[in-house]
Design a protein around this ligand. Sequence first.
Ligand SMILES: [Zn+2]
Ligand SMILES: [Zn+2]
Length: 191
Amino acid sequence: MSKDYDNIDYTQQAAHYLRQSGVLPGKIGSSHAHALVAASLGFGSRIAMRDDPDGPSFANQWLGREEPNVPKISEIVAQMRSTSLRPEEASAIAKAVQDGLTPACACGLHSHKSMPIGFVHENDEAEWVCPECAADVEEFGICGLCGTAYIYRTSELDHHGLCKEHRGEFEQSDEEREDQESFAEYVLNHD
Ligand SMILES: [Zn+2]
Ligand SMILES: [Zn+2]
């Protein structure tokens, strides 16, 4: 892994994203940003989220994939003073939080549509790629057998466009080849 994901707090990253990316109208303070991230994950405050034994792991790369709690965001926005945010914007805020919770692409973009690279399952750690970078066919592709649920670096795919798990699926074993040859011989001799 070329990038060090250790010790990233994705909730912190999301709060920073809400404040710095210009994705929300006007300026929001740090405490408001943290409150919105916590609300999206279903909590009344960052402290409540942190102290809940069943609360999320802040180091989990997949927090942005969780269904955001839009009603909770509206509720929290309605309670905020000195903010240009409105409760009706809860869905847009939820999307921005999801973008912020998702690991950054190598290009710097945060998008909830980013995908982990490789044969990666939920809660595994990976490098992530945004849809725009993933569209570069020189760099990225999908395995013909895995389908669109996974994205691979082209260097990880073989000349049939298959991932490491599926490699060889279209290659014949010596035994299969011998079987086929003897069958061909049989057909030739019994025409
Ligand atoms: Zn990108
Ligand atoms: Zn595959």
